[in-house]
Design a protein around this ligand. Structure first.
Ligand code: ADP
Ligand code: MG
Length: 238
């Protein structure tokens, strides 16, 4: 399960408000993309969902349970960042299994989970390599693999492809779409790239200065942008 509810959430840094009364219902298994210009609050909102930023006001629910005060470890979510800090001295297998090992899981279980994630991500042949012997795309796959082994309720991605070159970005976008199909897990994906948003999303949330400007399917937004800001951002002809 992985339904996520944002109930009038707000974020203040000191006396500056950066998230302004956001309401959103994300269904279990949905792929939701947050888009908007730099500084509009995408990362902050994602980090609030993940529990890495405190929610100043309002409530955050996962499958109906109020998780607002809970730390990241109690939310069952996982975050994938653009800077995928892998341990350089560890093999791909050990990098992927590390969080399970620290949680005290038995070796047989860790091996089984890592093998399954490696199969999904086509990393089978690379499990004994060190990160420095991998391409950028392969490293990003290992970073996603680290998340998969933990069976998260939902995946939170913050511009995971922005460090990759254009060709790799297209390839990884396709991989992430496939991953969503395979796992059927809830995914929330932050990007400022309209093409990524339009191709990946079940629904797009357009943020403008800490508020939701519009929520809808890519087609809704393209055909019926709520205002000029959305139209310009999505690249709609209207
Ligand atoms: P985005 O990811 O859409 O580019 P962010 O969520 O990173 O935007 O930032 C939203 C706003 O909050 C920006 O004005 C940013 O400067 C501000 N902000 C982000 N993190 C902090 C922080 N830790 N302290 C103060 N202001 C912050
Ligand atoms: Mg950001």
């Amino acid at each position: 399960m992985g339904a996520i509810t944002l109930d009038s959430v707000e974020k203040w840094f000191g006396d500056v408000q950066v998230i302004k009364g956001v309401d959103l219902e994300i269904a279990d298994g949905e792929f939701v993309v947050f888009v908007g210009p730099s500084g509009c609050g995408k990362s902050t909102l994602l980090r609030m969902i993940g529990g890495l930023e405190e929610t100043s006001r309002g409530r955050m629910l996962i499958d109906g349970r109020d998780v607002t005060p809970d730390p990241p470890s109690k939310r069952g979510l996982t975050m994938v960042f653009q800077s995928y800090a892998l341990y350089p001295h560890m093999s791909v297998r050990d990098n992927m299994g590390f969080s399970l090992k620290t949680a005290g899981a038995p070796k047989a279980e860790i091996d089984a989970k890592v093998d399954e994630a490696a199969r999904i991500l086509k990393l089978d042949a690379l499990l004994d390599r060190r990160p420095k012997a991998l391409s950028g795309g392969q490293r990003q796959r290992v970073a996603i693999g680290r998340s998969i082994v933990r069976d998260p309720t939902a995946f939170l991605f913050d511009e995971p492809l922005s460090n990759l070159d254009a060709a790799l970005r297209v390839e990884m976008r396709y991989e992430i779409a496939k991953l969503h199909q395979t796992l059927q897990a809830t995914m929330i994906y932050v990007t400022h790239d309209q093409v990524e948003a339009m191709t990946l999303a079940d629904r797009i949330v357009v943020l403008e200065a800490g508020r939701i400007a519009q929520v809808g399917t890519p087609r809704d937004l393209y055909e019926n942008p709520a205002n000029l800001f959305v139209a310009q951002f999505i690249g709609s002809p209207k």
